[in-house]
Write a protein that binds this ligand. Structure first.
Ligand SMILES: Cc1cc2nc3c(=O)[nH]c(=O)nc-3n(C[C@H](O)[C@H](O)[C@H](O)COP(=O)(O)OP(=O)(O)OC[C@H]3O[C@@H](n4cnc5c(N)ncnc54)[C@H](O)[C@@H]3O)c2cc1C
Ligand code: SF4
Length: 323
């Protein structure tokens, strides 16, 4: 690990200002991703701004009937909150499907959204990777890419976004609140927050340098049957091969897909608006979702897996049971 300086400001505005003051600064929250990357010298911040003492650790109701989740709320606390379990059940389910209990106790809301890809070449500094070192090339294209993206890919990068929580937040129409070093605040719809790789896979979000996430807001609950299904190589402690977040409405046995998003398929949570409120059988939805897919030989298995995962989530949805 490279030497760095450290400070622990007392407010969000101070934290953003501190990050702007020292070039090469990074915020540190739970540290469960950042520290690993620092040990590998993939992240080499000169200065750490610890945001654990700035009071962003509460979940509060909004005037619009939704919830405002502080950036520092731990994943365990968010998943266990009775308002989340009752009104946003798929978010709770998505969070507990990720990582381990110990990691979730440390990991924060903002840190989870900003965790970096699990592409093995990104972690291997002997291999070329455009995300780690822009312009170096991509070892995954033509290499081992069974876990990589099939949608929204580019010639520069085929990595997936690893967060389960972000997929749930995408169907819930969350918004990311931030404060910039100058004090300006903004609210970014989660649809616009993560970027596709294009020619600049190292730029993963629309955050500006020094911009601090202060909270994530959820609109009033949409109700309905809320499910999250994650397919992975092991039963626990593994990232999604394919995951599906679903809000469905069931009336007199008739199922309508209200909201639908996928994880494990793209560089960002993949919401499929065209498949919402129109069709409700797995094959028709999969045809829409996979229309622009560009699989490799090794990850083409994700095409039938999307169909099967959709079948597996629509069945309990039809029964009207939130599992
Ligand atoms: C073994 C293992 C298995 C895992 N499995 C899963 C899984 O299955 N599913 C899943 O979703 N996740 C999984 N994770 C990832 C885990 O969820 C993330 O490491 C965690 O959510 C990151 O949160 P953190 O608070 O520790 O972030 P940190 O490591 O502290 O920070 C991550 C990034 O966010 C930035 N940051 C943090 N807070 C802010 C802020 N307020 N504003 C701006 N920038 C900020 C940091 O600068 C850094 O770049 C796994 C992790 C491990 C180690
Ligand atoms: S897929 Fe993306 S993260 Fe992986 S090696 Fe290629 S450029 Fe790097």
């Amino acid at each position: 690990m490279k030497a760095f300086t450290y400070e622990r400001p007392a407010s969000a505005a101070e934290a953003a200002a501190a990050a702007a003051r020292t070039p090469g600064s990074k915020f540190i929250a739970g540290g469960t991703n950042l520290l690993d990357l620092m040990k590998l010298q993939i992240e080499t911040p000169t200065h750490l701004v610890d945001v654990n003492n700035i009071g962003l650790d509460r979940i509060e109701p909004t005037d619009q009937g939704g919830l405002r989740i502080g950036a520092l709320v731990r994943n365990t606390d968010l998943a266990a909150d009775p308002r989340i379990r009752g009104d946003y059940g798929l978010l709770s389910r998505a969070i507990v499907s990720g990582a381990s209990g110990q990691l979730r106790n440390k990991a924060t809301t903002a840190g989870n959204l900003l965790q970096r890809t699990r592409c093995p070449y990104f972690y291997d500094t002997d291999m070329p990777c455009n995300k780690r070192s822009p312009g170096m090339g991509c070892a995954a294209i033509g290499g081992l890419n069974a876990n990589h993206a099939i949608l929204g890919v580019s010639e520069a990068c085929i990595a997936t976004h690893p967060s389960d929580m972000a997929v749930a937040m995408r169907v819930l129409d969350a918004a990311v609140e931030t404060v910039a070093p100058g004090g300006a605040t903004r609210s970014i719809p989660i649809a616009d927050f993560h970027r596709l790789p294009g020619n600049t896979p190292h730029i993963e979000t629309v955050l500006e340098p020094g911009e601090l996430i202060t909270a994530v807001t959820l609109p009033k609950s949409r109700g309905g049957v809320q499910l999250y299904r994650k397919v992975r190589e092991r039963a626990s402690y593994a990232f999604a091969t394919v995951s599906v977040a679903l809000i469905a409405k069931v009336e007199e046995g008739h199922l309508t897909v209200d909201r639908l998003a996928f994880g494990g398929l793209a560089h960002k949570p993949w919401r499929v608006e065209q498949a919402e409120r129109t069709v409700a059988d797995a094959d028709s939805i999969a045809d829409i979702v996979l229309a622009g897919a560009r699989p490799t030989q090794q990850n083409a298995y994700k095409l039938p897996l999307v169909r099967r995962t959709l079948s597996a989530i629509l069945e309990p949805a039809r029964e009207g049971a939130s599992r």
